[in-house]
Design a protein. Sequence first.
Length: 449
Amino acid sequence: MRWDLSAKKNLPIAILVGAVLVILVVKLASSTKHSNTEQVGQAAQFRALVMESVRPEIVGYGKVTPNIQLNSLAQVSGAVTYLHPALKKGEIFKQGTLLLEIDDSDYQLQLAKAEASLASAEVELAAKKTSINNNQLDIKLSQHKLKIAEAEFSRLKRLFAGASVSQTELDKGQQNVLVQQQDLQRNLNQGRLLPLEVKALKAQVKKADADVNKAKLDIARTKVRLPFNGRIHHVNIEQGQLVTKGANLFSASDIEKVLINAQYTYQTFNQFSGFFKQAPNLQNISEDGMAAYLKAQGLEAKIEILAQPGVYWPASIERLSDEIDPQSQTVGVVVSISDSYQQISLGEKPPLLAGMRARVTLSASEQAFVVIPRHFVRDGHALLADKNDKLTKLPLHGAIKQGDTFLLDKPSLVGAKLITTDLFPAISGTQLNLTSTALLSDTTAAERH
């Protein structure tokens, strides 16, 4: 049905409708409440930055390796006469366990010969020392006889001058003096040679004694014992096998201590070293060792096996690697775990075996930092509000990445407003309408009650 407004009969109805519309507009306008304040700027939440005590950490990765790796070589030759029945790959033995024996018959014979040579040399040396004593007595006796002969010759010369003795008797007296002089000279010559002969015999005794000790050492070397508490990796011999000197017998590793050479990027470690308490001193390090220096810096280490995350082993920091890895250009830090087998918890904490991949976390002493959670960071920047509540961007290029946070050593940032809202777009200079995260939390809690 269409209304014909030109018809006179419909004009009152049209006027009535218009009046109703005017009344409704006036009533609605009068009932509307106007806000005296306007919302200006982009709404955002913030929280004030504070300094927190945090232990700076860096994370590196490496493999578990034994502290001692032994490749046992035969030091003597012979047939294997005894082999420990449990000498197999993977077995664990206590320090000093006899693992194998080599036939020592030849070395027992060498020992007997050496002992006989030593005894003979010692007898000759003793006889020569006795000859020295006898020679000294002979010299004294020859000197005494010479004095008597010279006195007799002097007497005969006086008598000959008085024509009391003949020329023949005088000549005999002179001849006796010459005989005694010759005898004394012979004893003196022998006295000079005897010490040299004693010296030579002492050398013979020393050589014979060395031969005895060598034979005994060879006999001891026929018994091969494990020099530490260790695990066997390879066995290369069998019972009755003939081995030659230098042959590979078995390989084993120490179980009391394991090492991990953890690798860290050069930039990360260089930044971390800034938290050391003192610079390295060549004299102190050379005297006390690298481990003592690193311990004095307040450093700690813990190890987590990648195959079993969440299980940690306390570790000691031993030393720094001697060079930058040529391929990865990383810095190596060697850490150790002692008595790992004493810390085993079945089903929870496994033994540390060679080849396990591990995550090594190094911690420095506590420092004060401004902490920015990682989820508030956008494109390498943290969003802040300046004193006029305008958006600014803080670059985090020099910040320390630790877990889910960035650490900044900038006390000037204390009190700054960190934007916790995910703004889009985030344009520097944008006016912000800020609400404190703490205030929002308090309001929500009040509403819940």
